[in-house]
Ligand binder design. Structure first.
Ligand code: AMP
Length: 419
């Protein structure tokens, strides 16, 4: 037997139902905030991620599913959604449409990380990007929408951590200070950090090995007056929106394009992979990718991890309301037509195999969880009727004209509170 690849998994019922529920909650929330969906390709030119996510990031350096295709093109399976949305924004001149620049996506991402609970090589992210608004209100709206989405989906017990990385100027100044410090501490740094401090010293703060002690000992970032004002206005607005958060000046996030506000949402219930969502401002990315000057902010939440947090919730009842049974050899066509009519009337219906015995079909109807079995045997066939047998409630089997069956069923289901 050929099995799925390590780190790749099947999302089957009831988990797939949970995914659908979360997606529905997300779509509802996005609608309230004026976000519209962008469906972007799974495969892109490799250089898109190298240039945007950054070539010193783990994602690009070690984890990307990148290969040369049959036509000799260097391509990559998307490891995250932002670069594709930004490319689409630029390529389609979306900045000139006069629209609000708010996009969401729901899609699978690929990273060749070491698989463990909550960490897969293919996973799904729900992401939001707000392109073109530099104001602190855009930051506060983006974060509060995320919190609303988690609430709406039923995910509780999360904490929001925010920080500001400052503008290019602030980061340049801090980079020098931090680099000086890290050079002096090179002996204490892990191998990968030592290898990249000259290229990207900030990444050390985000390192799983060195991050914790650097948070204590490394010099703290400072912000210019503009960035300080932006960050405090963002916090004030978050307060006005009733969002609880915590400031952590060591939070940097693993991608290169972040500027200004960055944030993460974590849940203690997830164990070691406790990040539910990550995001931040990327004011220079659109321009650096060849587009207009369009400051932006966005985030991506992990659907797999949200589903893990909800897995103990009772699964929604997906049993069909009715189950049709052909109890005579020639009754199959009529029974099939009945099932079609029920579905057309908005009543869910299922069947097993009309060629099996009545007993066997009855057994299947019991297992299906349906509220009513609808049986067409020889008598019903002759009389043009259907026998209705309640499966979940007390009550005798009774007969109605076949044409009246959908209306009768609707009445019964409504009376029984849909059973
Ligand atoms: P990132 O793009 O790394 O900021 O990740 C954003 C969110 O996506 C994380 O907070 C996780 O919820 C989710 N995520 C990232 N990587 C994985 C993965 N390998 N498996 C499952 N979920 C992931």
């Amino acid at each position: 037997m050929t099995t799925s690849l390590r780190g790749f998994r099947d999302i089957l019922p009831p988990e797939s139902e949970l995914f659908a529920q979360i997606e529905a909650a997300a779509r509802e929330v996005f609608g309230l905030y004026g976000y519209q969906e962008a469906r972007i390709p799974t495969l892109e030119q490799k250089e898109l991620f190298v240039k945007s996510t950054g070539d010193t990031t783990d994602i690009v350096e070690k984890e990307m599913y990148a290969f040369t295709d049959g036509g000799g093109r260097e391509v990559a399976m998307r490891p995250e959604g932002t670069p594709g949305v930004v490319r689409a924004y630029i390529q389609n001149n979306l900045g000139q449409t006069g629209r609000n620049g708010k996009f969401f996506y729901i899609g699978n991402m690929f990273r060749a990380e070491r698989p463990q609970a909550g960490r897969y090589r293919e996973f799904t992210q729900i992401g939001a990007e707000y392109i073109g608004n530099p104001a602190p209100a855009a930051d506060a709206e983006s974060i509060s929408m995320l919190v609303r989405l988690l609430e709406k989906a039923g995910v509780g017990g999360c904490s929001v951590v925010i920080n500001s990385l400052g503008c290019a100027e602030c980061r340049k100044a801090y980079r020098e200070v931090l680099l000086g410090f890290l050079r002096g501490q090179a002996g204490k740094l892990c191998e990968p950090c030592r290898g990249r401090i000259e290229r990207n010293p900030l990444r050390a703060l985000d390192c799983k090995t060195d991050g914790p002690w650097l948070a204590q000992e490394a010099p703290k970032r400072t912000l210019c007056p503009n960035c300080e004002a932006h960050f405090s206005a963002t916090q004030r607005l978050l307060g006005a929106a009733g969002v609880a958060y915590e400031v952590n000046t060591s939070l940097v996030r693993g991608l290169d394009y972040y500027t200004g506000t960055v944030f993460e949402v974590r849940s203690g219930a997830l164990g070691s992979q406790d990040a539910v969502c990550g995001g931040g401002r990327y004011d220079d990315l659109v321009r650096s990718m060849g587009g207009p000057a369009a400051p932006a902010i966005g985030w991506a939440v992990g659907l797999d991890r949200m589903a893990m947090l909800l897995k103990d919730r009772p699964a929604p009842d997906k049993a069909p309301k009715t189950f049709v049974i052909a109890a005579a050899k020639e009754a199959g066509d009529r029974t099939f037509a009945l099932m079609t009519a029920l579905r057309a009337a908005g009543i869910s219906s299922d069947f097993s195999n009309f060629e099996l015995s009545l007993k066997s079909q009855m057994r299947s109807s019991g297992k299906s969880g349906a509220a009513f079995a609808l049986i067409i045997g020889e008598d019903e066939l002759k009389a043009g009727t259907v026998a209705i047998k309640p499966l979940k409630q007390q009550g005798e089997q009774f007969t109605v004209p076949a044409a009246d069956a959908p209306a009768k069923l609707k009445e019964l289901l409504n009376a029984g509170n849909n059973l």
